[in-house]
Design a binder for this molecule. Structure first.
Ligand code: IPM
Ligand code: MG
Length: 355
């Protein structure tokens, strides 16, 4: 029997409660499959800082690197906002991505029919939206040198090498091949030199994927098109900061940030996490929506462990829970038949899988 070792990084705020539900669902999937899971917990974020004085202890990196995949909750909170930049939970997360070499961040935005009224856009605009932002994650302006600040000047540098663009472009085209075979590459090539290299390189890589239709869009236009007519997009290929911004925008098409998962993959081990944050204001109350984390566990099976059938089982169970009217509090006003707690939602989804 195959045994997968999963590193669990629960993190801060609602992180622990939502990870517990994803584990419940993973165990349900394993109970009717030919594999099993073992879990090892590791610290990151504010809780790691409180205990070890470091938001990303070396031990966490070691545990992650000796696992088959990392399931990640959420980190951060006001409590740690005043710390020096290097000690802040967010710095730990950025270093973690870099250490693991997860250069490709996959962020799907899907509008569930059952929740179409939860979107702030008209149902006629968002019905059927199913897109994927493929965001470069360990380069660009987030990491470029030189960077720094003095009392009256601050600077960062947007840098991409050809190789960095080539590898993220391949990811986007490969994913498009499993979807509707369309890639829209987002840049600012009318202004930025780095974007001109980006565009030329993407065009080159595209030659290896003749079946995929490639288009290009400036980032400002892309931000507008995403709310004007989001269905025009299948895969959106972006650099680090453009993808950071556009993926938040895309997430709102679905109505609740509590629904959407993400995967960060690269050479080694992948990291799977909900796109929402640690929501310290509702932590510990059992009202957080665990669906984004459960869907992240599904992405882990699909993109990290190649257990596609099991990933489909989870996705189907999520859809079924929603179509039968189960809602956590964030979505209570949208056709809820029953409002349930974080752990009730996890159990409902897990039970559909076992039955
Ligand atoms: C995200 C977040 C992070 C980012 C922050 C917390 C460092 O916004 O994952 O999108 O900017 O990448
Ligand atoms: Mg972000």
């Amino acid at each position: 029997m195959k045994k997968y070792k999963i590193a669990l990084i629960k993190g801060d705020g609602i992180g622990p409660e939502i990870i517990d539900e994803a584990v419940k669902v993973l165990d349900a999937v394993a109970s009717c499959s030919d594999f099993s899971f073992s879990y090892e917990e590791a610290l990151m974020g504010g809780c790691a800082y409180d205990i070890t004085g470091n938001p990303l202890p070396q031990e966490t990196i070691n545990i992650a690197l000796s696992s088959d995949a990392v399931l990640f909750g959420a980190i951060g909170g006001e409590k740690w906002d005043a710390l020096p930049r290097e000690m802040r939970p967010e710095s730990g997360l950025l270093r973690f991505r870099k250490e693991l070499g997860v250069y490709a961040n996959l962020r799907p935005a899907v509008v569930y029919d059952e929740l179409i009224n939860a979107s702030s856009l008209k149902a006629s605009v968002v019905k059927g939206v199913d897109l994927m932002v493929v965001r470069e994650l360990i380069g660009g302006i987030y990491f470029g040198e030189p960077k720094g600040r003095t009392a009256d000047k601050g600077w960062n540098t947007m840098v991409y090498t050809r190789d960095e663009i080539v590898r993220i472009a391949h990811q986007a085209f490969k994913i498009a091949m499993q979807r509707s075979k369309r890639v829209c590459s987002v840049d600012k090539a009318n202004v930025l030199d780095v974007s001109q290299l980006w565009r030329d390189t993407v065009i080159e890589v595209a030659k290896e994927y003749p079946e995929v239709e490639l288009s290009h869009m400036y980032v400002d236009n892309a931000a507008m098109q995403l709310i004007r007519d989001p269905r025009q997009f299948d895969v959106m290929l972006t650099g680090n900061i453009f993808g950071d911004i556009l993926s938040d925008e895309a997430s709102m098409l679905s109505g609740s940030i509590g629904l959407l998962p993400s995967a960060s993959v690269g050479a080694k081990i992948g990291v799977y996490e909900p796109i929402h944050g640690s929501a310290p204001d509702i932590a510990g109350q059992g009202i957080a929506n665990p669906i984004a984390t459960i869907a992240s566990a599904s992405m882990m099976l699909r993109y990290g462990l190649d257990e596609i059938a099991s990933a489909n089982k989870i996705d189907d169970a999520i859809k079924r829970a929603l179509s039968e009217g189960y809602r956590t509090q964030d979505l209570a006003q949208f056709d809820a038949k029953e409002v349930c707690s974080t752990s009730e939602m996890g159990s409902i989804i897990a039970n559909y899988i076992v039955r």
